[in-house]
Design a protein around this ligand. Structure first.
Ligand SMILES: *Cc1c(COP(=O)(O)O)cnc(C)c1O
Length: 331
């Protein structure tokens, strides 16, 4: 086992990324607090300049590079949000960024990447194909490979989100976040449990293609088929050679839930109707988990990481159909 990450790494990340990533608001949800008879807080990382929390880890990874690597540039693989964040970070720091994505990535995210200034490579039909291409470019062009989650600097960057939550509301005792590769849960869990070891950290994935939950159940990293979901930002594997996030999720995540597409759709529409926010499926899975699994929250202080807002019109229309509502004309 390699060296472990500590709270210090998260403080270091925060000093590095301050001013480039937003310290996002933590706002109380009256609607959800009333509905579940508890205190509900929403951590609005959807307000980050690139529309997701991924900017935290991307900035920390680039700011941690050696000067020679900075000059040569970096390559990554991403469903969209990490690639977009790394492209933005590269532009602001003057570091060339190449992003490899699969053909499954939705159009709005591809378009955003094209406009971000990054070199875009579309390769294969799943994230693992895109990842192989990224590693090939690393070897061929001498680029530094920045993984979207399984990296200590990325995890420490994502952890700054948890630090902010606990500084503002240290009595929060239950936290929900979307779970894919586990970078968010790993960083969040480390930060939260360093401040309050009794706080519970819950990860939520979609029903099909929940690679981390399958891996945790098996006791080792597993490959699972990638399936279309409203929570498209949660797709993809955890890497069979996972070095960081699998062990950290095992250690810091207390419970994991899967949610059905229709529940994700309803939760997205909750955000629209009650919170007046348009969010991604991946950002709504926590609320979906409470509803689907009828979790008892009475009297608790609960935070949800609202992790992203990069929602395509097509996916939003699909959510409306699934939830039994007519798509909205203004989209
Ligand atoms: C990447 C992402 C997640 C999951 O983060 P991991 O670190 O891969 O577990 C959740 N929500 C959104 C919006 C994301 O982009």
């Amino acid at each position: 086992m390699q060296q472990q990450l500590t709270l210090q790494d998260i403080y270091r990340a925060r000093r590095r990324i301050a001013g480039l990533a937003l310290r996002t608001p933590l706002v109380r949800s009256e609607a959800l607090s009333r509905r579940w008879d508890c205190e509900v807080w929403l951590k609005l990382d959807s307000l980050q300049p690139t529309g997701s929390f991924k900017l935290r880890g991307a900035l920390n990874a680039l700011l941690g590079l050696e000067p020679m690597q900075r000059e040569r540039g970096v390559v990554t693989m991403s469903t969209g949000n990490f690639g977009r964040a790394l492209a933005y970070a590269g532009q602001h720091l003057g570091i060339p960024v190449t992003v490899c994505i699969s053909r499954l990535v939705p159009n709005n995210k591809v378009e955003a990447l094209r406009q971000s200034g990054a070199e875009l490579v579309i390769h294969g039909d799943c994230q693992d194909d895109a990842d192989r291409e990224a590693r090939r470019l690393r070897d061929e062009q001498g680029l530094a490979y920045v993984p979207p989650f399984d990296d200590p600097l990325v995890i420490a960057g994502q952890g700054t989100c948890g630090l902010e939550i606990m500084e503002e509301q240290p009595d929060i005792d239950l936290l929900f976040a979307g779970l894919s590769g586990g970078g968010l849960i790993a960083g969040l869990g480390l930060a939260v449990k360093s401040v309050n070891p009794a706080a519970e950290v819950v990860g939520v994935s979609m029903r099909e293609g929940a690679a981390m939950l399958a891996s945790l159940a098996a006791g080792h990293p597993l490959q699972v088929p990638e399936v279309h979901s409203l929570a498209d930002s949660l797709g993809g594997g955890i890497g069979l050679d996972n070095a960081w996030t699998f062990a950290m999720t095992q250690r810091y995540m207390d419970r994991g839930y899967k949610v059905d597409e229709v529940q994700i759709a309803r939760a997205m529409l909750h955000f629209l109707h009650e919170e007046k926010m348009l969010v991604e499926g991946a950002a709504a899975v926590g609320v979906a988990a409470v509803e689907q699994h009828r979790l008892e929250l009475s009297g608790r202080r609960v935070a949800f990481v609202v992790s992203g807002r990069n929602l395509s019109n097509e996916t939003f229309a699909e959510a409306c159909r699934l939830a039994g509502e007519r798509p909205y004309a203004y989209l």
